[in-house]
Design a protein around this ligand. Structure first.
Ligand SMILES: [Zn+2]
Length: 449
């Protein structure tokens, strides 16, 4: 029988409120929330002085499995996720092979069922090569379709650069279409100009000038216009500019939105001031931009033009990162520290705990139409994380769980700590220890609603 766990006297943060209560977990779900008497068969956890949040749902990660497992895999990266309070994730299609067929998607689910400590779902990849096949299938079977990362293997495959392909998809897709929004022609012209001046070794500080605001804004504007024309369900991944935030609405509830967007934690945390200190380690696409962009993104998150927070967790080996500009891989690992970063903003008075939970837990579940996840509600899956809001620790090599073994946050001191994480009612992460006897589940969702 499943052990029943009673978390006594904890402050739950849920649906806009925080209050002290007891939570009973049984058979994988939240059985009861209220004042609950102790039973000798329960495992008791004292939640006094601690905060219990719904498990974080990370809507964009690259766990590199299958095929790129020298960077990370579904076991190592899900382990890092759980240690960071993340209980569910949606992984991107740019693995090897790229996930461009239903068969390869099924294979990825099969791998995850034997390796992932957190709950998982996977985007179906879509690009110019498989678009006709995709729209012939029942697209509601996918949690979403995405081109994110696929353009790195073949130029000219970015949906944002192919309005005709994009329109075909918008007219025929029942699931969410999540796109990487940058205009390649603008970036290429900028690359050319900088290559002429600096050769291969362009200083990293020019990265946001090369992958410019203009490149982002024009791509996002065009994608939104086309989606509106077809009444399609468009999600713009990892927004990076203040300018683009004005293209999104906040006057309707998320449930009714057809056009949504997200911000990745690193675009809230870093700015172009950090290139000098961290160099290629913070080379991301789209690029880390200015202080003003960072502030604009936070503002849009707080006023609901931005719907969710993701990590775009993208491990590479240090060797792959520390190369001259054009060879250095874009992306970095973030999934272990996304909650800590956001809680640091809370400590600085920039965002409330309730808003963090809305953007990292509730809204990803709503946006991706997940079944019974993302909230602390009776009957929902017991995906929970218990955090201590007063505990100092410093990110260092010896406490990183990523296979790649580095983080752009090394040396950063956080003042909050994830203590325990429950996945489907199982205490998977417990004060630095892992219980690995069960794996996460495939996330249920309903794209027919
Ligand atoms: Zn990505």
């Amino acid at each position: 029988m499943n052990q029943r766990i009673l978390i006594k006297n904890t402050t739950i943060v849920n649906e806009g409120k925080s209050f002290i209560v007891d939570v009973l977990i049984a058979d994988g779900v939240i059985r009861k929330i209220g004042t609950i008497d102790i039973d000798p068969t329960y495992k008791i956890i004292d939640g006094t002085g601690k905060h219990l949040l719904p498990g974080i749902i990370d809507g964009q990660v690259h766990f590199r499995d299958p095929g790129l497992t020298h960077k990370g895999d579904l076991y190592t990266e899900s382990k890092a996720a759980v240690a960071g309070g993340v209980t569910s994730f949606i992984d991107m299609p740019n693995t090897l092979p790229n996930i461009l067929t239903v068969e390869s998607l099924k294979e990825k689910y099969a791998i995850a069922s034997k390796k992932s400590l957190a709950n998982y779902s996977f985007f179906m990849g879509v690009n110019g090569d498989n678009i006709d096949e995709i729209i012939k299938t029942d697209t509601s079977q996918f949690i979403g379709v995405s081109d994110d990362g696929l353009y790195f293997t073949k130029k000219g495959n970015l949906l944002a650069d192919n309005p005709e392909t994009m329109e075909k998809l918008f007219a025929n897709c029942k699931s969410i279409i999540a796109i990487h929004s940058e205009k390649e022609e603008i970036i290429e012209a900028n690359e050319q100009a900088f290559r002429e001046q600096y050769g291969e070794d362009v200083p990293i500080k020019y990265h946001p000038i090369i992958r410019s605001t203009k490149g982002c804004y024009e791509a996002t504007k065009r994608a939104i216009d086309l989606a509106k024309k077809h009444n399609a369900r468009l999600h713009i991944l990892h927004l990076t500019t203040e300018a683009e935030t004005h293209l999104f609405q906040n006057d309707i509830p998320l449930q009714e939105k057809k056009i949504t967007t997200e911000v990745s934690v690193h675009h809230l945390w870093f700015s172009d001031k950090d290139y000098e200190r961290l160099g290629m380690l913070i080379k991301w696409n789209p690029a880390i931009k200015t202080e003003q962009d960072k502030e604009g993104l936070l503002k849009a998150l707080l006023d609901d033009r931005i719907d969710i927070i993701t990590t775009d967790h993208a491990p590479h080996t240090l060797e792959e990162k520390q190369k001259p500009y054009f060879q250095s891989m874009s992306g970095a690992p973030m999934v272990q520290h996304s909650l800590n970063c956001m809680l640091e903003f809370y400590k600085q008075g920039l965002i409330s705990l309730e808003k963090i939970v809305e953007k990292m837990c509730h809204n990803p579940a709503i946006l991706y139409r997940m079944t019974n996840r993302g909230f602390i509600r009776e009957g929902y899956f017991a995906d929970l994380t218990l955090v201590d809001l007063n505990s100092h620790w410093t990110v260092a090599k010896d406490n990183l769980l990523y296979k790649c073994g580095w983080s752009p946050l090394e040396g950063t001191t956080f003042t909050t700590k994830v203590i325990q994480t429950f996945v489907n009612g199982k205490l998977v992460y417990d004060h630095g220890e892992f219980h690995e006897d069960t794996f996460g589940m495939a996330i249920d969702f309903d794209n027919k609603k």
